[in-house]
Design a protein around this ligand. Structure first.
Ligand code: MN
Length: 250
C-alpha cells in the first residue's frame, strides 16, 4: 500500500510539541492538532486539540476480514466521538498537561472518567488502525520476531496466548501486546477503554505495540457473538511492519 498514506494514520493529535512513538513516523503537518491559546485563568495557556488522523485506506479495504460498514461506523462515529469528548473534557480540566495523548494517559486517575474513557478511546483506536493492513497476512521479522520467540516460545504460541487474552476479556475492552523498557514483551487485557499507559489505573503496564478492540461494536455486524472468528480474522490483517517499528521505538 501507499506507505506515506499509511503512515499518516500515525499523525494523530501531534501538535508539534512532542513527538511520541504513536505519532513519530506520521506526517502531522496536515492533520495535527491546533494549538489554542486560552484567554482565561481557568483555561491552560496552551492545550492540544486532539484530532483523529486520516485512515490510510478505504473502509472496504479490510474486507472480508472486517466489513466496510463496521469500519465506517467504528472510525467515523465511535472513534470520532472519543476525540470530540476528550477535547471537551480537557477544556474542563485545565490541570491536565495535554501536550500529548501519552502524557494525558500517564496523568489520568481512576475517578476522572471523562478523560479516562475518551483519552483511552482515542489512543487505543489510533493504534488499532495503524496496526491493520489491507495487504494480508505478514509475519514479524527482525528483533520483534526474536523477542516473540524468546518471550513466548514461537509465533504460534504468541498467537495462542494473544487469542486467549482477547477471547476471555469479559465484556468490552482490549487485549495488548506490550513491551517494557528492556524490550521484554507481555500480553495483557484491559476493560473498557483503559490501556497499559494509564499507570495510575492499570497494573500491567508497558508500551502497547499491538492492540485488538474486543468491544462488540468492533465485530458484531459481521461476526455477531463469534468473537473468536473476529480475533482470527484480525490476526490475518495485522501489519507486523508497523508493530516492529513501534517495538524498535520502545
Ligand atoms: Mn472500538
Amino acid at each position: 500500500m501507499d506507505k506515506r498514506k499509511f503512515l499518516k494514520i500515525s499523525g494523530a493529535a501531534a501538535a508539534g510539541i512532542m513527538v511520541s512513538p504513536l505519532m513519530s513516523c506520521g506526517d502531522s503537518s496536515s492533520d495535527g492538532g491546533e494549538v489554542i491559546k486560552g484567554d482565561s485563568a481557568a483555561v491552560p495557556s496552551i492545550i492540544t486539540e486532539f484530532k483523529q488522523a486520516t485512515l490510510g485506506f478505504d473502509y472496504a479495504a479490510l474486507e472480508p476480514h472486517i466489513d466496510a460498514q463496521t469500519m465506517e461506523i467504528h472510525f467515523s462515529k465511535h472513534h470520532a466521538g472519543y476525540v470530540r469528548k476528550l477535547n471537551k473534557a480537557l477544556m474542563e480540566s485545565p490541570e491536565f498537561e495535554a501536550n500529548s495523548i501519552e502524557n494525558v494517559l500517564a496523568q489520568v486517575k481512576a475517578d476522572q472518567t471523562g478523560i479516562r474513557n475518551n483519552a483511552g478511546g482515542h489512543y487505543n483506536h489510533s493504534l488499532f488502525w495503524e496496526c491493520l493492513t489491507p495487504g494480508g497476512s505478514k509475519t514479524p521479522n527482525g528483533k520483534l520476531a526474536e523477542a516473540i520467540s524468546s518471550g513466548f516460545g514461537s509465533q504460534e504460541k504468541f498467537e495462542e496466548a494473544f487469542f486467549k487474552a482477547a477471547k476471555t476479556r469479559f465484556g468490552s475492552g482490549w487485549a495488548w501486546l506490550t513491551a517494557d523498557k528492556e524490550g521484554k514483551l507481555a500480553i495483557s487485557a484491559t476493560p473498557n477503554q483503559d490501556n497499559p499507559l494509564m499507570k495510575n489505573i492499570v497494573k500491567e503496564g508497558g508500551t502497547p505495540i499491538l492492540g485488538i478492540d474486543v468491544w462488540e461494536h468492533a465485530y458484531y455486524l459481521k461476526y455477531q457473538n463469534m468473537r473468536g472468528d473476529y480475533i482470527n480474522a484480525f490476526m490475518d490483517i495485522v501489519n507486523w511492519d508497523t508493530v516492529a517499528a513501534k517495538y524498535a521505538l520502545v
